[in-house]
Design a protein around this ligand. Sequence first.
Ligand code: NAD
Length: 505
Amino acid sequence: MEVIVSDQQPQTAAAKAFLAAGAKKMLIGGDWSEAESGERLDSRDPANDSVLGSVPRGGAADVDKAVKAARQAFDNGVWRNMTPDDRGRILWKVAELIESNIDELAELETLDQGKPLFVGRWAEIPGAAMQFRYFAGLTSKIQGETITPSINYQPPGKNIFAYTQKEPIGVVGAITPWNSPLVLEAMKIAPCLAAGCSMILKPAEDTSLTAIRLGELILEAGVPEGVFNIVTGLGPEAGQALVEHPDVDKITFTGSTATGRTILETAARSNLKKVALELGGKSPSIVMDDAEMDIAIPGVANAIFFNTGQVCVAGSRLYIHKAVYDKVLAGVADIATNMKLGHGLDPDVQIGPLVNRTQADRVKGYIDGGIAAGAEVVVGGEQCGDTGNFITPTVIANTRQDMSIVQEEIFGPVVVAAPIDSIDDVPAMANASRYGLAASVWTQDISRATRLASAIKAGTVWINCHLMFDASLPIGGYKESGWSRDSGIQAIDHYLETKTVCAVV
Ligand code: NAD
C-alpha cells in the first residue's frame, strides 16, 4: 500500500521556532534544567525517523530536585492558599493559551507522535483546553459538609459540632503515555492544580515535546514556580524514581496495565502512596441488526482507526449481528481499504505511523499470530513505509474468543470481528475480557441499548457513537482497565483528602 511520506514541514512559525531552538530542558522549581547526568534522549518523527530535537534523560537525582521544589511550593502555600477564584483564573488562562497556540501545539504533537493533524487540531488539543476550563470552574466548588453525629457521651450541657474539610493531597507525580500526550496530561494536570496540589509530570519518553511547550504556557499563565514541574526521561528510571520517592503523596498514572501493576507494587513498597490508574482496554463495538447502517459502519470504523488505533478506548473487538454481519464487515473493510497512510502533517492523511518501530513490530506480531491461529485477514495486515513504522488498517475475521488477538490490547489499527446470534449472547461475549474500559452499542431500539449498557462491565458505554469525550464525562475502567476516573466532577476528589473535624462546643 502507498505511504505518503514526502518531506513535511510545520506551517506555523511558532512550531518551526520551537524546533529550531533545539535541545529542550526540564522544568524544575521554575527553572529550565538539564539532567544531572547530562544525558539526553532524541525526539523523533515516527513517520521518517528524523530527529526533531532532544530532551534530558532525567533520573533519580532530578526527580528528587523536582519533588523538593514541589514540596516547598506546597508547604509555603503559594498555590494552595491562593483564593479559589484566583487559582481558577490562572487555570482558565492556561486554557486560553492552549487555544491561542493551538496550531503550533497540533503540529508539534503530529511531528512527535505521528498522529494525523486533524486528530490533534480538532479533538485532542481543544480537549486539553477544555480540561483546564472545566477544572478552573471547580476550584471554587471544593467543599466539605456539616455532620450531626449520634455520639451521646459528650459532657453534660455541651454539643457536638462536626464537619469535613477538603484539603489538597500534597505532592503528586503524574505519569502519562504516548498515544495522546497533551490531552492525557491535561486530564491529570487540570484537576490536580485545581485542587491546590503541587506536581511533577513525567511525560512519555517518545512524546515529551508538547509537555515542555505546555510547561511554558503554564508558567506564562501565572502558576507559581515549583507548583508544576516536568521531569523527562525513561519509565524505569525517572518514572520509577517518582513512584519510589518517599515524599510523593500520590501517583496518578495513565498507561499499560503491565506498568500500572509495577507502579502499584513499587508504591506499596515505598511510602504506600495513593495510586490512581487509568490502564489498557479491549473495548467491544456491538452492531445489532436494527442499527442505522449509515451511522454504524463509519462509526465502528472510526472507533478503531481514529489516531491510528492508538486509543485506550478504541473499539478493537467488533461483534456484529449475523443478519448484518457481511454488510458491516464489508463496509468497514471498504473504509479501511480507502484510508490514506502517510505523514500526519499531510492534510489528506487519515492513518499515521505507529509511535515507533517497537510498537509497529508488536502490532504486526499480533496480526501474524492471529493468522497462525486460524484467523483471516479481510483487509490490511501489512507493515510498510521506509521505516516499517506504518501498519495498514486491518480487519480480521474468523476469530475465536480465546485467540490472543481477541484477548490482548494490540494498540494499533487492527479490529477483530465475530458474528453474534442474538442480543442474549452479547453480555457474555463483550465481558469475556480482563479489561473493562469502554464499549459501544449500535441499535435503534432504546430498550435493547439500555439493557446492554447495564449488562456490559465497562467504565463507559456509548450508544450509537464511540469516542465521545468531554471534560464533564468520567472516563476510566472496570476490572484490569484501572482504579479511578479522569474527567468529570469526581476527578478532583482524587487530588483531595477529606479531613473530619469533630468538636465539643
Ligand atoms: P506504558 O505503560 O508503557 O508507559 C506509560 C508511562 O509509564 C510512560 O511515561 C512510561 O515512561 C512510564 N513507565 C514505564 N515503566 C515505568 C515504571 N516502571 N515506573 C514508572 N513509570 C513507568 O504505556 P504506553 O505504551 O506509553 O501507552 C499505551 C498504554 O496506555 C495502553 O495500554 C493504553 O491502553 C493505555 N492508555 C490508557 C488510557 C486510559 O485512560 N485508561 C488512556 C491512554 C492510554
